[in-house]
Every structure is written in C-alpha cells, then in structure tokens.
Design a protein around this ligand. Sequence first.
Ligand code: AMP
Length: 413
Amino acid sequence: MAFSSLGLSKALLRAVADLGYASPTPIQSQAIPAVLDGRDLLAAAQTGTGKTAAFTLPLLQHLLDGTENHDRLEPGRPPRALVLVPTRELAVQVGENVRAYGRHTPMRAATVFGGVGMQPQIVALRQGVDILIATPGRLLDLVGKRRVNLAKIGFLVLDEADRMLDMGFIPDLRRILGLLPKARQSLMFSATFSKEIYGLATGFLNNPMDIEVAPRNAPAESVSQSVYHVSQQSKQALLARLLRSEPWGQTLVFTRTKHGANRLAEQLDRDGFQVAVIHGNKSQAERTHALAAFKQDRVQVLVATDIAARGIDIQELPHVVNFELPNVPADYVHRIGRTGRAGSTGEAVSLVSREEAPQLRDIERLLGRKLPALPSPEGYMPQTVGNPSSQKARLVWQSTPRRGSTTPRRRII
Ligand code: AMP
C-alpha cells in the first residue's frame, strides 16, 4: 500500500516523503482511512509502530478540510484538536512529530506540560493554536487560569492510555473529558489492555473501530528477547562485560528505582563508559540534556527508570537491557517497545536474579511464552553455590582470566 492511496492531501504526502517513509506501517494503513472517515478508534499499539503519524496525519487532514481559507487562520484561535499524553517527554516528542508532519500546512501546534514555566506556554496559546498537546495536570492548571479555551475541540486523542492509568491520571482525564464538547471524534491508543482501560474506553468512545497491530500485550515480533540468570550482586559486572564484548553500540538500560539508576550510572562511569541517566528526580532540563546527548551519540549508555523513559523515541535503538525486571509486566512490553521499531530489528536482554523469578513468570505469562536463557558469556561461568538441589542454591558468575592476563582469578558473587 502507498501513502498516496490513503486519502491525504499533497501537503501531508510531501511531509511524509521528506521524512523518507516509503510506505505506511500496518497501524497507519488501518487507522488513517478510518479516522478520515470520522470513526472513533480504539487502537492497541505500542511506541515504535508508527502510531503517532497514524493519528497526526488524519487529524491534520481534518483540520485542513475544516479551514476554509488557510490565510485567515486567526491569531488567538482556540485549539480544535487535543492530544493528551502521560509524560513531558512524550508531549515533546508528539509535538515534534506534529510539526514535522504539518510542516507544509499552516497548522500550528503548542505543547504544554508541567515542570517548566507556564508563561511561554501561555504566550504560545495566545498566538493561536490548531493542535494542543498536553499532559493532564498542566492542562487543568491552564484551564483553571482561563488561559486555554477547550470549547472548539472537535478531535481528542488519548495516547498511552495504560500509562495514564498507571500514573493516576484518570480523575484528571475525566475532568478534562467533562470540559470538552460532546460532538467530537475521539481516538484512544494503548500498548496494553486491562479491564480498566476498556472501562475508560467505553466511557468516551462512540462505536469505536478496534485496531490491533501486534497481538495484544505482545511486543513487536522483530525484537529478540532473552535473559541471563545472574545474582543481583553480579549484574553490574556482567553488564559492563557485555557492554564491552557485545557489538551493541548504544544501549538503553532500565532500572527499577531512581536510586538504583544513579548507583548503576556512577558504577558504569567509574568503569569508563560514557553514561547519562534520566529519572523522575531529574529536572526537565537535565532530562532533555541527557536524552539529547544519547540521541547525538555522545553517550553510549542511557540508564533510565520506567516513567522517565516513557514514550522516548530513539530511532534505530537496537539494544535494551533490563538491569532489573519491572514489577508491572506491561512495563516490560513498554520498555522493549523502544527497540525493533518501524521494521528494524532489535534485541532486549534481561538480567534476572533469583529474587526476580516471580516477575519473570508474570512477564512470560503476559507474553504467552518462555524467554530463552542465554549461556554465560565467555569468561563468565554460571556456578551453583551450595547444594544444587537445595532451595538456597544460587547462581553466581565467575570470571576466568584471559590467556596471558596477570589479573588474579576474580570471583563475583
Ligand atoms: P511511533 O510509534 O509513532 O513512536 O513511531 C516510531 C518511529 O517510526 C518514529 O521514529 C517515526 O519517525 C517512524 N515512522 C513512523 N511511520 C513510519 C513509516 N511509515 N515508515 C518508516 N518509519 C516510520
């Protein structure tokens, strides 16, 4: 299928061609005609499937169709489309996408999110906006200060709805839904589906078309996934070893806690790696800086917690390492959604300690299959300590010296 057969205008097709997209991704070829047709949408799609263009392109088309004379887009006009996202990073990213896809149109986008000054956002809104991308909290703050008018919203997108739920945004969302005109087209995207997500969807979608690009709750086929069984104490040494020996290039490493992210980043830094770290305690400026350094290839390893990394779009990122497994199995799918995107292949490796056996079991249940365990890398021998049949037996990694090395035999437990 070609982009030109989807019903998009020349200005949008030009933008797609500028970006070098050869053909629509599966979610784009399904969603774009349906949204152009005016249908509500409930889409199961994770980051990396091309979902942002799947909603942005038809949205821009609707706005173009509803604009009688492009030259007469009034300054100060209220937004006609609202995209709600859970995190600042995703807001920035969706904003960048909307600008890229709309570059040959007169449509304007504004992005509003918390953690930064409100004034520049107020100025942008005052200048006139067609598409507003917002996190729920900041949007409600702006509504409270009467700085944004939602009366003309005809299109609503709820992106990463499962994450909104996890982050406790549902009451905010319901308040925002109550402020929007009833006559509107609504689209909802979620990587994973639960009873609560369906509950939310039935509350505000009208006879939605159901689109699923990957099996529900399953990561992209193009990501190879495996685990190393390793003791918690040996994980850092194994990771450093893998980063040196494997041809991974840039690697995104997930930890469960902010403290754990800092500690790992410091250790990797001491080991001589170029490392950046992002988590919820970092300021917006620090996060932006770290992400830019990673995207520009100035750092090899980005250590991140789940929430901080949410929705980060890193093109052609082949490697994700789960230094610790997430407690919520769906987060595993989100994490590895950052690799193997839009047709490229990726690899996700998890370092799993004995204590994490329950999380691994839950993840494998969600995926519907077992994750293969990789053999120990050269020089590291997994060993069973104590009585192998005993419950207390544990796996450790033992390094063996390279030939000719004077390094004493080192044992990491
Ligand atoms: P998303 O799922 O929206 O986060 O998009 C994932 C990545 O795929 C982004 O970097 C997009 O630029 C890229 N992308 C989106 N649509 C296409 C397409 N039709 N062909 C190639 N790459 C695409």
